[in-house]
Structures are given as C-alpha cells and as structure tokens.
Design a protein around this ligand. Structure first.
Ligand code: G3P
Ligand code: MG
Length: 243
C-alpha cells in the first residue's frame, strides 16, 4: 500500500526554486511536504534527465530540442539563473541524481514520464531499470504519465509499481483505461474536473490527484468531492493539511 500524502510538490517546488532541479527538490523538503512530482525526460543516446519542456530554452541558458540533446551538453548548462541569480550554477539533474537526492530527503516520488513519442518499448524500460536499481522505498513511489502506452509498458514490466494516469480532462473511457493497467490513481487538472467525475473516480476505488493548484481556495470543493492529493508549486500554502 502506498503511503500517499495530501500534498505533493510540483516539479519539486516550482515557485520556490528552479523547477525540476535538486534545489527545487530540497526547497520542497524544507516546506515539510512529504512527496514531490518531477518529470523524467528521455534525451539522445539513452540519457534520462529531469526536465519539463520540449526545448531547453526556458529553463536553461542553452537552446534546442530537448529530446535531441546530448547528455553531456545538457549537464553543462545553467538551470538556475533564469529563475533567480541566487540559483546560478544549478544543473539539470539526471534521473539517478534525483533519485538519490529524493531518498536522502526521505520524500515520496511521483515520477512523471514526459515522453510524447510512440517508441515506448525502447524508452520506458531504462527508466524502470533505473528505478529498480536505485529506488528502495516501494511504498513511496508512483509513476505517472499522459502517455498511456508508456503506462501499459510499466504495467507489463513492473506490475507492482503504482501507476497514475495523467489527463487534462477526464476522458469518457477513463474507467476502462485505469482498469486495464490496474492503475492506482487518476491524476487530473483540477480546473475542468466536475464533482460528478471526481465522485465517480473515487467510487470506482481509485485515488484522485489534482494538479496544479497554488491557492488552497482553488480546491476547497475538490477535497469535499474526495480528492486525495493536491499537486502544487508552493507546498507552503497547503502545509496546514499535512500532519
Ligand atoms: O503530474 C502533474 C503535472 O506535472 C502534469 O503536468 O505539464 O506540469 O508536467 P506538467
Ligand atoms: Mg509533471
């Protein structure tokens, strides 16, 4: 059984430090939050980095298409100064570095597979292999993705890992999709979610995670509807909920 908590830091704590960096993960931990969500992005020659965007431009001092970038190049970039001068020198982490950091901080991990391609049979197994080698707290791990075929590969190869199906809007076939991969949760954008949808997901026995809310007033109703966890850029705003 997963030891889920009510609050999860988004991209670490994206409002407090440059997103998806080790500094962001540490900033999340400093708030007292117990879980973080980060994005693992497959790049050239099997590299696995923690990164959100399709290009390097917004969050580093480099440029170019993320998936075509070489690991050596990405690791030489500054991923902190764009956020604030005080984070200059912060690097894009590898998946391995992030797993070490998160475990040192005793946090739970929602690892989002950020991959829009179709070659999931090549891309997903190395991510699972890295988790198998480096992650030692199965009750504090979930994998999520908008890429449903990627989750199908996870289910086939590692059926014990909790899976969250990520959606912006709840699709008509959500129940079939969750059932077919024995999912743990539906992870959806809080804004378009309706009370009826939320209650149906909960009635079907799934956890309900909602992203990305930074003001507690935005999700007051969602708790009443049965939301289990809010994913937020600023866990400080929600810390009253964590015991
Ligand atoms: O996992 C929730 C959230 O991270 C999904 O959207 O674009 O911020 O990765 P995005
Ligand atoms: Mg994400």
């Amino acid at each position: 059984m997963i030891e889920l908590s009510k609050v999860m830091g988004h991209r670490g704590a994206a409002l407090l430090a440059p997103e998806n960096t080790l500094a962001s993960i540490r900033a999340a931990a400093a708030t007292g939050v117990k879980w973080v969500e980060i994005d693992v992005y497959p790049i050239a020659q099997g590299g696995l980095i923690i990164f959100h965007d399709d290009t390097l431009d917004r969050c580093t001092n480099g440029s170019g298409v993320t998936e075509q970038s070489q690991l050596e190049t990405v690791l030489s970039l500054d991923a902190g100064a764009w956020f604030s001068e005080s984070f200059r020198g912060e690097a894009v982490p590898t998946l391995e570095q992030a797993l070490d950091c998160i475990q040192e901080l005793r946090l739970g991990l929602n690892l989002e597979i950020k991959y829009e391609g179709s070659d999931v049979d090549s891309v997903v197994p190395p991510i699972l292999a890295m988790l198998e080698a480096k992650w030692h707290q199965p009750k504090k791990l979930m994998i999520s993705s908008f890429n449903y075929p990627a989750l199908q590969v996870c289910h086939r190869l590692q059926p014990n890992i909790a899976l969250g199906y990520l959606v912006e809007e709840v699709p008509a076939d959500w129940q079939e999709k969750l059932s077919a991969i024995d999912a743990y949760s539906l992870n959806c954008y809080y804004l378009p979610l309706t009370e009826q949808q939320a209650r149906a997901v909960k009635a079907a026995g799934y956890k309900l995670l909602c992203y990305t809310a930074n003001d507690p007033a935005e999700v007051t109703e969602h708790w009443a509807w049965g939301m289990d966890t809010v994913i937020t850029d600023d866990p400080n705003q929600f810390m009253a909920l964590e015991s």
